[in-house]
Ligand binder design. Structure first.
Ligand SMILES: Cc1cc2nc3c(=O)[nH]c(=O)nc-3n(C[C@H](O)[C@H](O)[C@H](O)COP(=O)(O)OP(=O)(O)OC[C@H]3O[C@@H](n4cnc5c(N)ncnc54)[C@H](O)[C@@H]3O)c2cc1C
Length: 371
């Protein structure tokens, strides 16, 4: 697992040097995805017999996965988002795939296919599956589909009867309408989180993964939010690095106000890293199975805490570099823009409410710090 973290560091350093080049509408970090493949990180979540190292799938590997995600996010938040989606799809395949599906999609991952999970949709225009003997008709579209013009194996949950059914679509063989231009956000431009309309396509029933409802199965569904929090924390670390470099360039590291602020920044970043450590200990304990309710509550607490860390670091690094340091193209401006948007994940109020409801209905709070 240490080798994966080292590899992530190398990929992240290169991605950070290239990030400004792909920060435009329609941009995409193609060279960095290729670097992930070359470093073995696209295959890393696969089991050993499938050519991976079980990163995030083998017991005891969650902290390494979160460290890899944080590191990739530090290099580039769009790349971190794409890698997180790829990992999420492989984890779901590992959990719910048949042996034949696992080995088929493992071969695709080894061959460099990029996976993703495209769940978000406009309900009236959402994806629907209809099974007709051994074929599945697909109608509807997904929005916020990260890597829309480059992901060739999206895991696409959609309606099947009354249920929510996963399918892994071979997008490179389907006549889908892919709209990267739908993505007109100010931040995360290179994540290319556009719209994909798969209406009128058909796939074999072998594309269906698991049974209806598996995608939303707890505690994995809510617990998975720890992965986007790890990427977000990497973005905050990138802001701190950029601010430190800016101060060093201006010879301002001796300034007491800046030092005090850096004390806050570094404390906040370590708080975030400790939440990742606590989450790993609680969700991936050395022995036994964690309590599902505690996993959900802890993920919601960790996500909430790391969002706060990131918002604080955003404010403090803005103050540190000032207007002079926030010009484009520059890392403080770009990463700040990316992080501000990427922090907007589903239902943040619901997450903190659920953590509170757990605390009010249990005698003990979930402890990742005391195992
Ligand atoms: C860069 C980026 C890439 C993404 N990539 C993908 C992807 O590849 N695949 C994918 O599936 N999704 C993707 N998403 C979408 C993401 O998973 C979320 O769906 C999206 O970010 C939700 O953001 P939101 O702020 O609109 O959330 P919301 O949940 O709508 O939250 C907005 C606000 O409304 C509140 N709220 C929530 N529910 C209610 C309610 N019922 N009534 C009133 N208020 C409510 C929240 O607490 C919050 O204050 C991506 C998003 C981003 C930003």
């Amino acid at each position: 697992m240490d080798a994966a973290v080292d590899a992530a560091r190398r990929v992240a350093d290169a991605a950070s040097r290239r990030a400004a080049e792909v920060d435009h509408p329609g941009g995409f970090p193609e060279a960095d995805v290729e670097a992930l493949r070359e470093a073995g990180l696209l295959a890393a979540p696969l089991r050993g017999q499938d050519g991976g190292i079980g990163l995030g799938t083998a017991p005891g590997s969650l902290h390494a996965l979160l460290t890899v995600l944080r590191t990739v996010g530090r290099g580039s938040l769009p790349l971190g988002r794409l890698y997180e989606g790829h990992v999420n799809a492989l984890l779901l395949i590992d959990q719910f795939g048949t042996d034949a599906q696992r080995s088929r999609w493992a071969a695709d991952a080894r061959d460099g296919h990029l996976f993703g999970v495209w769940n978000t949709e406009i309900p009236a225009d959402g994806v629907r599956y209809t099974v007709d003997r051994d074929r599945v008709r697909v109608e509807g579209a997904k929005t916020f589909a990260s890597g829309c013009a480059h992901v060739t194996r999206p895991l696409v949950p959609g309606a099947l009867g009354d249920g929510w059914q996963m399918a892994v679509l071979p997008l490179d063989t389907l006549d889908a309408t892919v709209e990267p231009e739908w993505w007109q956000a100010e931040g995360m431009r290179a994540s290319q989180s556009g719209r994909v309309d798969v209406s009128g396509t058909t796939v074999g029933t072998g594309a269906l993964l698991g049974t209806p409802g598996d995608y939303l199965r707890e505690p994995a569904f809510t617990g998975g939010s720890i992965r986007f929090a790890a990427v977000q924390l990497g973005g905050a670390e990138a802001l701190a690095r950029a601010a430190r470099a800016h101060l060093a360039r201006l010879g301002r590291t001796d300034h007491a106000g800046q030092q005090a602020r850096f004390g806050q920044i570094t404390t906040a970043l370590e708080t975030g890293a400790l939440w990742l450590l606590g989450a790993s200990r609680l969700m991936d304990p050395p022995a036994g199975t964690p309590d599902p309710e505690a996993v959900r509550a802890y993920a919601q607490m960790a996500r909430t805490a790391i969002e706060r860390v990131c918002l604080d670091v955003l404010e403090w690094t803005d103050r540190t570099v000032g207007a002079r340091g926030l010009g484009a193209p520059g890392p403080s401006e770009r990463v700040g823009r990316d992080l501000r948007l990427y922090l907007r994940q589903p239902d943040p109020d619901g997450a903190v409410e659920a953590a509170g409801a757990y605390a009010l209905s249990h005698d003990a709070r979930p402890l990742g710090s005391d195992l």
